[in-house]
Design a protein around this ligand. Sequence first.
Ligand SMILES: Cc1cc2nc3c(=O)[nH]c(=O)nc-3n(C[C@H](O)[C@H](O)[C@H](O)COP(=O)(O)OP(=O)(O)OC[C@H]3O[C@@H](n4cnc5c(N)ncnc54)[C@H](O)[C@@H]3O)c2cc1C
Length: 545
Amino acid sequence: MATTDYDVIIIGGGINGAATAASVAARGYRTLVLEQDDFASGTTSASTKLIHGGLRYLETGDARLVHESLQSRERLLRERPHLVRPMGFILPVYEGDPRPPWYIRSGLALYDLLSPRKVSPWHSSFSERELQRFEPSISTDQLKAAFLYHDAQVWSPERLTLEYLAQARASGADLRNHAAVDFIIVDGSRVRGVDFHDVLSGRRSTASGSLVINAAGPWVDAVLEATGRSLQRRIGGTRGSHLVVDLNGRGPRHAVLASAQSDARPMFVTPWLDHHIIGTTDVRDDEDPSDVGAAGWEIDYLIAEAARVLPGLGIEHRNILYAYSGVRPLARAGEGVFEGAISRRSLIVDHAAEGVERLVSIVGGKLTTAAELGRKVAESVAQRIGRPRARGITALPKTPTSRTVFLPPETQEHLRTVYGPRVPEVAAYAASDPSLAEPISAQHRDIGAQVAYAVDHEGARTVADVLLRRTSVGLTKDLGRSGAQPTAMIMARRLGWSEAMREQAVRDYFAELHRRFVIMDPSVAIPPSEQLADEQSGGVDQRGG
Ligand SMILES: Cc1cc2nc3c(=O)[nH]c(=O)nc-3n(C[C@H](O)[C@H](O)[C@H](O)COP(=O)(O)OP(=O)(O)OC[C@H]3O[C@@H](n4cnc5c(N)ncnc54)[C@H](O)[C@@H]3O)c2cc1C
């Protein structure tokens, strides 16, 4: 069993663990990140993907949280424009809605005022006729008022997480995915390190560290149990489910935010890639976050509410590509507190008060505010373990070194949206091996170079790591079916997989799709081995579906 020394060990490679790693490593601490599954595969991959101040948190009196989140939104819009884009939200108000137009107008004015150095325009309102012209799919039946305000969307929270991790790696951090922490070593009252195992190889290891940061999102309490001490439970998670629907190019061009008729909860329909996301629900959930899935009633509820606000589109169950769910890692609230009223504020909990020193847990936190939360955690590290021995390295993206003009313009544009300033690093693979300049399937714009880059620089170890989290190939119409086999072939060459391992990797991909999503299309089944062998002998399957 190998043992390695670190200053800081971070458990959890979701957005909060990743952003914390970036800040901690930049200060010069020897940092290890351990993620039991893949980076960003937990709650981070299951959100509404909004970068927002949280308009409705104004109702719970959390104006400071809204202000801080709006500051973060503006920073992300400026610093990561390839991933985070402005998005207009239309807010229709109907007869019988719980919030009257004057109330919403005041809320939007406050929201604008709380937004510092605002990049996006101020809110405005529509007459019925203007709304019909602007976004004809929205119902005007019993309409009392309609507003337009601006927030933002991160099209890939997974890639935002990878960018934070890339910063951490550039500052010297050691990043391990598929590495599950089994035990936190506590000597007397002080944490000394962790025992963990590599889930794919089974290899067991020990890492010693001066400080352990528990950034396990909804698994925070399970990680606390791994100390063997009885520590207070911290998480009171609520499940939120979303539908990804294909509206055949007829969906709204702007996001829509409406009050659900059945329970007055906010309901979003947002354009995303070539599809739309409908969300979300808010249900108390104390089950294992690894087994989370949308219940039938949640799917029915989201379809019914979206169909009511967008009646002309004929939204039905057959439009659903898949449903996904995640557990919000919220601070535990007392029984009887309404789910929507549980605070979205994040907490940094030091367990010294409970008799376990040098163990800190992150509770809560949003995609929007992860970088600031990471900075706060990093600032507090010196108080706990002192200054680092080495000076920090400021991590900047590498200067472009390779030309991209040899790639078709649409591929160049696609790479820019995925990698921003790192495009030349990816394009270099295609420049040195022309086979990697080809799309991985006829259904997708993503090219082989992205698979190679994901393996060599972004820690991808499974087909799902590439198709679901390094790219969005598996999240769109054919759920990556046409890309799985070609991706496995490129990975096999780099990772030395045998033919049997490659076949298994494709089967594992389909199994993961079914584990993560409720898939309505019965043809997305795990392929039997014989079929994979046929596809291989007849060339790469590009039929899609
Ligand atoms: C339905 C829903 C909608 C949301 N919408 C938005 C939104 O629009 N905008 C926004 O800003 N925020 C949104 N959020 C909130 C946001 O997504 C989460 O707060 C954030 O992703 C939490 O990140 P995290 O890193 O703390 O947790 P996670 O992403 O869950 O990461 C924790 C990681 O720890 C790992 N882990 C657990 N146990 C171990 C172990 N023993 N060893 C190693 N690793 C371990 C897990 O595998 C996991 O990957 C939403 C959340 C939900 C559920």
